[in-house]
Design a protein around this ligand. Structure first.
Ligand code: NDP
Length: 295
């Protein structure tokens, strides 16, 4: 079974478009997201324009703030402070990675937790770990939604997450281990002994490494669910751009053995964007004293 984030995210975004209209009827305004991009990293430019397009299509406001790669930490902090204080902004996203010399932790911490739709600030990370209501980081939230919608249970499952980043591996581990999810979680990193052995035991494998071909068929248990978070550009002279996107999983080799698998592109990526929009609508509801589920 292929887990199509493309199809599911389309359905979620269509529903969010209706919710945005309902929000406007109740409040006289639309949910709004501010996206801050510093520098000219090509991948970041692509991600930001995809987020902006998705906001436009859902009928929400997206304010994009583009700063030069030479922006100082003080200027970036001042930008975030002004968005924090702007009541017309519901959600703030600072696109990572930031240009060299800027402290990502400092900038992330400067975002008002009530507008932190990425769920990266320490307060929201703490709520997540405690199993409390918060803005769940978009990629882990999108992965859980994919599993839920395709009816893949996490209860008592052995889960192996390859990668321990603050934006994917760690928050995802926190979600899987919560009561109600009840998975047993292994989180691997670049120094893990016997990566293949850990992956082979798993009912659900999540690859979030950033290296093509990290997960191969011999590492996969028959029937396992395989979630490929990786987005890697590899040269391809047949493409106009000169490259194509692949994940961290050897899709061709793993697909026949897996019970379910996400493609790249069209798997986790579109879900991440859909969850960003959902978090922004949730933030807007919170700011207006509304319940998301009542929209
Ligand atoms: P990071 O570079 O922050 O983290 C990569 C992790 O992989 C690190 O924990 C690293 O270990 C681990 N790792 C590296 N090599 C190995 C190895 N050989 N064996 C086991 N673990 C290894 O990456 P991100 O989490 O930010 O992103 C991972 C990938 O996912 C990237 O391709 C990124 O583009 C993509 N991505 C996709 C998203 C989507 O929406 N689809 C969203 C976010 C990211 P160590 O900590 O020891 O260095």
């Amino acid at each position: 079974m292929q887990l199509s984030g493309k199809e599911l995210s389309f359905a979620i975004r269509s529903d969010l478009a209706l919710k945005c209209q309902s929000f406007r009827e109740k409040t006289g305004r639309l949910p709004s997201l501010a996206v801050v991009l510093a520098g000219d990293n090509p991948a970041s430019i692509t991600y930001v324009s995809a987020k902006k397009k998705a906001c436009d299509e859902a009928g929400m406001i997206c304010r994009d703030i583009t700063l030069p790669g030479t922006v100082s930490q003080e200027e970036l902090l001042a930008t975030v402070a002004s968005l924090n204080g702007d009541p017309s902004v519901d959600g703030i996203l600072v696109q990572l990675p930031l240009p060299e010399g800027l402290d990502e932790q400092l900038i992330t911490r400067a975002i008002d937790p009530a507008k932190d739709v990425d769920g990266f600030c320490p307060e929201n990370v703490g709520h997540l770990l405690l199993g409390e209501k918060t803005f769940v980081p978009c990629t882990p939230k999108g992965i859980m939604r994919l599993l839920d919608e395709y009816g893949i249970p996490t209860w008592s499952a052995d889960v192996c997450i390859v990668g321990r980043s603050n934006i994917v591996g760690k928050p995802l581990a926190a979600l899987f281990m919560q009561r109600g999810r009840d998975a047993t979680v292994t989180v691997c990193n670049s120094r893990t002994n016997d990566l293949a052995g850990h992956v082979r035991r798993a009912d659900i494998v999540v690859a979030a490494v950033g290296r093509p071909g990290t997960i191969t068929a011999d590492m996969i248990k028959e029937g396992a669910t395989v979630i490929d978070v990786g987005i890697n550009r590899i040269p391809d002279s047949t493409k106009k751009s000169g490259f194509r996107l692949v994940g961290d999983v050897d899709y061709e080799g793993v697909e026949p053995k897996a019970g379910a698998i996400t493609p790249v592109p069209g798997g986790v990526g579109p879900m991440t964007i859909a969850m960003l929009l959902e978090n922004t609508v949730e933030a807007a509801c919170m700011h207006e004293g509304l319940e998301f589920c009542d929209l």
